[in-house]
Design a protein around this ligand. Structure first.
Ligand SMILES: [Zn+2]
Length: 373
């Protein structure tokens, strides 16, 4: 097979269809191994190429034969080959998930050649990275969301079949409209949410005491763990204190602004690192707690989803994510783990629904919305 022939659909059809299913699966496992590097390094702002993979405990460089996707993890029974440190099961999960996703994308979209499945593989890879980074760090990197939106628009030109079109213009239009409607809808929901639900405001009896410990806020009638209050870097808790006591000092009539995830606290004009304040007591009569299921990262994330799926995929992702978020929350509540559901960000639900869309949900959803077509 000569290089240029790879571009020719005839080359692909000269080999059995499921030969390529296996190729996509193996390719997915290798890409999954790279996605693990992205998931670990992107939110930390580290280079994706250097240094080469090494054990986080003993620092030993991982040799190529210890770095075979899936196989090495099974062979070494999930441990470092040098020091025996346990390696997180997340690594093998991401590799398996990517391998299965790529193989399935070929099976579902490969009939007309490799371009549409390859474009969706890139999309699927971005969704997988976004999911795992969001769960751990509560952010989705701009490289994924904005980079993904740009990639989706470019690929809609190269592979119009992605949007079920044969020509460039209708496909590009579908991608641009999808990106605009996706980000616009989520932005609208965010703004509307602020308007209707506002920030959650607790009115307290005049001169009530708020006590801030290292893990939670004690209100007169309830305890709020910090992880239920601060989801995102931008989440701020604001209140006016008639009197505020720290371990070593005390203030009167100050406004306090606490952004725990950003590591910032403002007392009046003064900036403090909240990590240096293990205990604080305030007298106040009202406290405003941020409560937003989605953040601005999800606006950018939906631009990416729309660029690859068009507006129909955006509607599906919104519906699918809210249904699955409710279902998971109900399951966790039934299992007595309600506090877990508060910690799951919204991004993974959007990603899961978008993945379901390219893995077959598109077909039945379009038939359900437009039964006559
Ligand atoms: Zn080691």
């Amino acid at each position: 097979m000569m290089g240029a022939d790879v571009l020719d659909a005839a080359t692909w059809t000269s080999l059995p269809f499921h030969f390529w299913t296996v190729v996509f699966g193996v390719f997915g496992a290798i890409v999954g191994s790279f996605l693990n590097v992205c998931i670990h390094r992107m939110p930390r702002g580290e280079s994706l190429v250097s240094p080469p993979s090494h054990c986080p405990r003993c620092g030993t460089a991982i040799r190529w034969y210890q770095n075979l996707p899936i196989l090495s993890w099974v062979w070494l029974r999930g441990r470092c080959g040098h020091c025996g440190e346990r390696i997180s099961a997340r690594y093998v999960m991401v590799e398996l998930l990517t391998a299965m996703t790529f193989a399935l994308l070929w099976v579902l979209h490969g009939a007309a050649g490799p371009w549409v499945p390859l474009a969706f593989c890139l999309f699927g890879a971005g969704l997988i990275v976004a999911t795992f980074v969001d769960i751990e760090h509560l952010i989705i990197p701009d490289e994924i969301t904005l980079g993904g939106a740009a990639a989706g628009i470019v690929l809609s030109v190269l592979a119009p079949g992605m949007h079920g079109e044969s020509y460039v213009w209708p496909s590009l239009k579908a991608s641009l409209i999808g990106a605009a409607i996706g980000s616009g809808l989520v932005f609208g929901i965010l703004e509307l949410g602020k308007l209707l639900l506002g920030r959650q405001r607790f009115r307290l009896p005049s001169g009530a005491r708020l006590v801030f410990t290292e893990t939670e806020i004690h209100l007169p009638d309830r305890v709020l763990p910090y992880e239920d209050v601060f989801y995102r870097v931008s989440d701020a808790l604001v209140f006016h204190a008639s009197r505020l006591e720290l371990l070593d000092r005390c203030y009167e009539n100050v406004t306090v602004r606490l952004r725990l995830r950003a590591g910032r606290m403002q007392i009046g004009e003064e900036e403090l690192d909240p990590a240096t304040v293990p205990w604080m007591e305030a007298m106040t009569d009202e406290v405003t707690v941020p409560r937003e299921a989605m953040g601005f990262g999800d606006v950018k994330f939906m631009a990416m989803i729309g660029a690859f799926t068009g507006w129909q995929g955006v509607i599906f992702a919104l519906m699918g994510s809210s249904v699955s978020a409710l279902a998971i929350s109900a399951l966790l509540t039934a299992a007595g783990k309600r506090e877990w559901s508060a910690r799951i960000p919204y991004g993974p639900y959007l990603a899961g629904s978008a993945l379901a869309w390219i893995l077959g949900a598109q077909g039945w959803f379009v038939r359900w919305m437009m039964p006559g077509v």
